[in-house]
Design a binder for this molecule. Structure first.
Ligand code: C2E
Ligand code: CA
Ligand code: CA
Ligand code: CA
Length: 278
């Protein structure tokens, strides 16, 4: 039995070594990616109730020189374990600020762009100062920038007594709760934090037209958000039936493949212009 236990332990430690070295290899690749400009930002439209693009979510894409396209679902968690997420977050916000300035100077229709912010960026207090730096560098309309954070991120900051959100709010930057309804957290925080938008998680939208429970949860989130003066975005909307259900139930914005996938800037711009003519 002792032998088996020992083998078992060795097996585990071998697996753990492999995982640790995969993490290290990817961290190394991510460092090169930052240096060699291998990231791009894609923009996915958020449509208002009349079918116009009023917002967008910026989503990072990584084209690895040998391995090809790697999904953010794969590399963002790795970046979050190291401090690389901080540099990546800064890169993303700077790209978006540059883009907002380009659009402002070319009189492109105003689009509110949201960026995803990882928990560590808040626990390390880097977001606020970075936004101050960006707004000094780029003369943009600050209300056109929005941060998407998860309930977990908000809670971990609350536990640390982080008040950065309030300052960020005073800078007119929007705050949106991503994947709303999937975190284990009390609703109490909704009243103490300056939240503008709730984003209903795709997992509720997937079966919203066939599952009573998902339909009720979705309707309840929308009603609650509105009574608290917040807007609601539905993510992962893929079908006309989901879209119609959400409009009938007063959802403010729709994001998902039903309208469009995340796209490179040029295609996103074409889409915005064609939707604004309708
Ligand atoms: P998320 O923030 O929940 O982003 C939504 C994800 O759903 C995106 O995947 C988007 O492409 C995808 N999506 C949008 N509409 C639909 C739809 O109708 N159907 C389906 N099946 N999927 C849809 P993506 O771009 O692969 O990103 C995955 C996750 O990676 C994001 O989830 C976010 O957590 C993270 N991420 C992406 N970009 C960044 C970033 O710049 N910074 C940070 N910290 N995280 C990021
Ligand atoms: Ca998001
Ligand atoms: Ca989301
Ligand atoms: Ca989600």
């Amino acid at each position: 039995a002792k032998e088996a236990g020992r083998n078992c332990y060795m097996f585990y430690s071998k697996e753990m070594n492999e995982m640790a070295s995969a993490q290290l290899a990817m961290e190394n690749d991510l460092r090169n990616a930052l240096k060699n400009d291998e990231f791009t930002l894609y923009y996915q439209p958020k449509m208002n109730r009349t079918g116009k693009v009023t917002g967008a979510e910026a989503l990072i894409r990584w084209m690895h020189p040998q391995k090809g396209f790697i999904s953010p679902a794969e590399f963002i968690p790795v970046a979050e374990k190291s401090d690389l997420i901080i540099e990546i977050g800064q890169w993303v916000r700077e790209q978006v600020c540059q883009q907002l300035l380009i659009w402002k100077e070319s009189s492109f229709p105003p689009i509110k762009v949201s960026v995803n912010v990882a928990a560590k960026e808040f626990t390390k207090h880097v977001v606020l100062q970075h936004l101050i730096d960006m707004f000094l560098k780029y003369d943009i309309d600050q209300h056109l920038l929005e941060l998407e954070i998860t309930e977990g991120t908000l809670m971990s900051s609350v536990d640390n007594g982080n008040m950065d959100y309030k300052v960020i709010k005073n800078m007119n930057v929007g705050l949106s709760i991503d994947d709303f309804g999937t975190g284990y957290c009390s609703l109490g925080y909704l009243k103490s934090y300056p939240i503008d938008t709730l984003k209903i998680d795709k997992s509720f939208i997937d079966n919203v037209t066939t599952n009573e429970c998902d339909a009720s949860i979705t309707k309840t989130i929308i009603a609650m958000a509105h009574s608290l003066n917040m807007k609601v975005v539905a993510e992962g909307v893929e079908t006309r039936a989901q879209h119609n259900f959400l409009l009938e139930n007063n959802c403010d914005q729709i994001q998902g493949y039903f309208y469009n996938r995340p796209q490179e800037v040029k295609h996103f711009e074409e889409f915005v212009l064609s939707s604004s003519k309708l």
